[in-house]
Design a protein around this ligand. Structure first.
Ligand code: 5GP
Ligand code: ZN
Length: 114
């Protein structure tokens, strides 16, 4: 989609530090990490937000979570644990309107979600 930062990262218009890529998924390091490990996992298909997923997206969402598990292991944070965050919409604090999941880890995270 035009004017979507993450679509531009997918098509190479904007450089990124890639961690994993296949036909359906891209994982790359967040430009402004808030934890020692901060990776964004996105579908290559442009989906605005979690509010916009459809039954046809069931497979890709499942694939993303299986990939998150693998990336967490590769990053060495699987055993100690990590947090997955999805910000959805205005109240959720979503800044980029392309569905993405934050993989946060590498330190002990607080117990508060908000
Ligand atoms: P949101 O607030 O929408 O859940 O998160 C958007 C995330 O995208 C933020 O953590 C921000 O640092 C990250 N981000 C925004 N623009 C870029 C970019 O051009 N490259 C990378 N690697 N991350 C970005
Ligand atoms: Zn997009």
């Amino acid at each position: 989609m035009e004017n979507c930062i993450f679509c531009k990262i997918i098509n190479g218009e904007i450089p990124s530090n890639k961690v994993y890529e296949d036909d359906d998924i891209l994982a790359f390091k967040d430009i402004n990490p808030v934890t020692p490990v901060h990776i964004l996992i996105i579908p290559k298909k442009h989906i605005n937000s979690l509010n916009d997923i459809e039954p046809e997206d069931e497979k890709i969402i499942g694939k993303i979570f299986l990939k998150i598990k693998q990336i967490a292991k590769e990053q060495g944070i699987a055993e100690n644990g990590y947090r997955i965050v999805n910000n959805c919409g205005e109240d959720g604090g979503q800044e980029v309107q392309h569905l993405h999941f934050h993989l946060l880890g590498g330190k002990k995270l607080g117990t508060k979600i908000v």
